[in-house]
Design a protein around this ligand. Structure first.
Ligand SMILES: [Mg+2]
Length: 358
């Protein structure tokens, strides 16, 4: 049986900002832009208490929390903290799989230090992260990636949760469906509509039933709810493309609405590009229509896409050429490939970064 730890930094970008500017400590902070085109990339826990969430338009965040302080993203600072935490991870395990700048799976079945108990190792890693970076992390410990990932989210911030094999079934049964790793908000709503509210509800559905309702993902859900996740922790590998996609709760018919939906997707992809310092020249737009037909549009530029704004501009063009989608769409995705190194290494989210705070 494997021992997996999932480590997730708490409100990472916002915590780095609060660490580096003590006047922000204990206050609602959003990293990102507060103007008409701005988007929240990260929110401090004080801001989350008002309902501010990442990927939310800046004006909406400001409406929820008038005291909200917007700060511009400083990717160099986040990357530096990320380098520090990765060095810590690698001192405990060879098998480290980063999911983003602030999150990784570690396979500690045969750890390099810290003793035989994964819980002790998780505690030691958390303490070392705090001592080195001044930041807190939450850890989840279990025997597979799915459960370790869910465990790390149970007690945030500064949490440590363990799901042992004999606890897995009871734990999954009680878990609200929207907390499952791999079930997004749109799928969760469809499950709710079918009376699937918890893991126990999901477990009662046959594989055939789930595949009928959710396609290939149905088989994945069927395995997950039984705690069956054989996926290995894969050490950092250079990927050929970086992308993200979203399924919408209702179909989207107008181009401006589609662009609005593409904005958080572009941010996610830009973050992933920044994480790997991989900037691609080829942009692919994936469109799934309401009848499930899939269409992709692609363009290659002479220089790499640098940030979310450039990515959105390319997506805008792809959406309109040769013509806007003739039918309503239920999913949009963006991916970038054909990587090149970024000139100058300046990494920004690019979405209307304010000059200082606003
Ligand atoms: Mg995090």
């Amino acid at each position: 049986m494997r021992k997996i730890i999932h480590i997730d930094m708490d409100a990472f970008y916002a915590s780095v900002e609060q660490r580096d500017d003590p006047s922000l400590a204990g206050r609602p902070v959003a990293v990102g832009g507060g103007g008409p085109r701005g988007v929240v990339a990260a929110a401090s826990y004080e801001a989350r208490a008002f309902g501010v969430r990442s990927a939310m338009p800046g004006f909406k965040a400001r409406r929820l929390c008038p005291e909200l302080i917007f700060v511009r993203a400083r990717f160099e600072a986040y990357k530096e903290a990320s380098r520090q935490i990765r060095a810590i991870f690698h001192s405990y395990a060879d098998l480290v799989e980063p999911l983003s700048l602030d999150e990784a799976f570690l396979d500690v079945t045969e750890p390099k230090q810290g003793g035989p108990l994964a819980t002790d190792i998780a505690k030691a890693i958390k303490a070392e992260i705090r001592a080195t970076t001044g930041l807190t992390a939450s850890a989840g410990v279990s025997f597979n990636k799915f459960l370790a990932k869910i465990a790390s989210a149970l007690r945030k911030p500064d949490g440590l949760s363990v799901i042992r094999p004999d606890q897995a079934a009871g734990f999954i049964d009680a878990l609200p469906i929207e907390r499952f790793f791999g079930i997004g908000p749109a799928t969760a709503r469809r499950m709710h509509a079918q009376g699937i509210l918890t893991g126990a509800d999901l477990r009662r559905r046959s594989e055939a039933e789930l595949v009928r309702s959710f396609g290939r993902s149905g088989a994945f859900y069927h395995r997950m709810v039984r705690g069956e996740d054989g996926r290995e922790v894969r050490p950092d590998r250079p990927s050929k493309s970086i992308g993200a996609e979203r399924t919408f709760e209702s179909n989207v018919a107008a181009v401006p609405a589609m662009l609005e939906r593409l904005r958080p997707i572009a941010i996610k992809v830009a973050e992933r590009m920044a994480t790997g310092a991989s900037f691609g020249r080829t942009v692919t737009l994936k469109i799934k229509h309401h009848d499930f037909t899939i269409n992709t549009r692609q363009t290659t530029r002479p220089w790499p896409v640098q940030d979310a704004t450039e990515l959105l501009d390319v997506a805008d063009w792809l959406l309109r050429h040769p013509a806007p989608p003739a039918r309503a769409v239920r999913l949009l995705g963006l991916s970038v490939s054909n990587f090149a190194r970024a000139p100058g290494g300046q990494l920004t989210l690019g979405l209307e970064p304010p000059a200082g705070r606003r």
